[in-house]
Ligand binder design. Sequence first.
Ligand code: ADP
Ligand code: MG
Length: 582
Amino acid sequence: MVPIHDTTIAILPVHLANQIAAGEVVQRPASVVKELLENALDAGATSITVIVQQAGSKLIHVMDNGKGMHRSDVELSIVRHATSKIATEDDLHAIRTLGFRGEALASIAAVAEVEIRSRRAVDDVGTVLISHPGREVVVRHQALEVGTQVVVRQLFASVPARRKFLKSDATELRHIIDAVQRAALARPDVRWLLKSESSTILDVAPADLPQRSAAVLSIERSEVASSLHEVSFSSSGIVVEGLVGAPSLARTTRSSQYLFLHGRPIVSRSLSHAIASAYEALLPTGMHPLYVLHVSIDPHRVDVNVHPQKHEVKFDNDQQVYQVVEQSVRAALQQSAVVPRMPQFQQIHPAASRSISSLPALPTAARTPSTLRDPVSPMVVREQVDLLFGRTQPEPARVFAIGSDLVGSVVQDGVMIVHVRRAHERVLYERMMERMTERDSAHTGSQALMFPVPVQLSATERQQLEELRDALEQMGYRFSLDTTPPSLTAVPQGIPGGAEQESLKALLEEVDHLGGSLGEQQLERLAALAASQQAVRSNQPRSTAVLQQIVDDLFTCSVPQVTPGGEPTYTLLTFDELYQRL
Ligand code: ADP
Ligand code: MG
């Protein structure tokens, strides 16, 4: 650059500008790995090998069997904003490839020695390019296999400031492993091999997603079928596919949560919340579900160009995506719920089986969140239960306590064992839903509080409270905004004492996530929350008469099999099973 003396503003030398820009894309060795993997996938590779030394700071070598590059493209590839992936502005609004900004290789070349070896199938000879920061690049021909290899050496050697910020080799290697694992879960159809020094860290052949997930997340093969539940859901043009883990696979960290959009790993607080909320009562607080979920949507409805590392995305309709993702997980969990099989009622009453089979199936738009997707109508369930419990016979079945939380009852085919707290939760939930959705019974659904409960609200929560006042009153809440802090004077019936503020706050949070409206979904959430709080609180020794009542009530519910959170409420131990054991 020619020095310019009479002005203080100067154009940065290209090399320096690249180094600054590189800071956004290349923060650590794992970011280099991630970019190179994306390029290999964009080139259609079906087999990708990564070799690192000294956690990537000495060497990162990525080999792929993708389509390769022509000599002129190899030369262009390390030029900033040179990309083969988008040409027009419209392409930018509908990105289908992982890379598109054309700055990864240029950024890497600004802070490391880069060697690119590449050959296309149609070319007889391959190209080798060698680049050192601040020096002329060297390009020559060489005999090569089809595909591309990128070797990155001495990362950040020329940028000591950056090198200083790197963490220990162990930490940096962990980030690299994470990047490769994410890629391996994004693309189970690709063969992946990761080596650090001489040890093999990951070596996986093409597989389906469950097998790949098991391999990557160290889940026993024998456990795959029972503990990974398939998600396959589509609504409003949004497709959600993949796997969610059974509650038994939940961990105390979020380390086994993988979310992809069009094969690109993404981070989304909102969608993580959507998934977690589908688990609701299935997991204790502090436990995080395992998931590997792939989301796809019309590329025009999402912006991936909001961050240089491309892992943040912006949807045109966040709430809709939130709802679809939540529904998809909920449906998967419900479908796989361990729902006990009803005894064979044909044996009990042949006439009943005929009338049952002619009953209409449950509408597909299930009203309560835990409505099972099996086509069993509430009436059928009730009839079966009537038969089970012998309501048509003079002597009703009696219950007996087993331990502190279970009751048994001898029925036609065996012993039915009911989980009392969960059964109670289901009963309370359905009662509450009935009350809250009854049109003009705002008053009967409300219980006045003897002592108004002060509620500590943030400014936003208070704002929400005012906006939603009518809807909240319809539900049975009454509050006074004149006091400081505001106080609750009545709550919907069924909210247990002491949980008034908690229920309101949980509801406001829910409403916030779903975009400010107070619809049926929020009511369901509130009812589920209140039911589980109340069921837990009243979980103490009960008389047989009370136990009997809970069991009877359970089987008047429209969905007696599970709690609102999807936990099974009862199971049947058949006589066959019992005799087999004896
Ligand atoms: P982007 O991926 O955003 O286009 P990059 O700097 O990562 O930008 O890559 C620049 C270009 O180099 C790509 O558009 C692609 O044409 C080419 N390229 C990079 N890596 C590979 C590879 N492994 N195989 C084939 N072409 C590649
Ligand atoms: Mg790229």
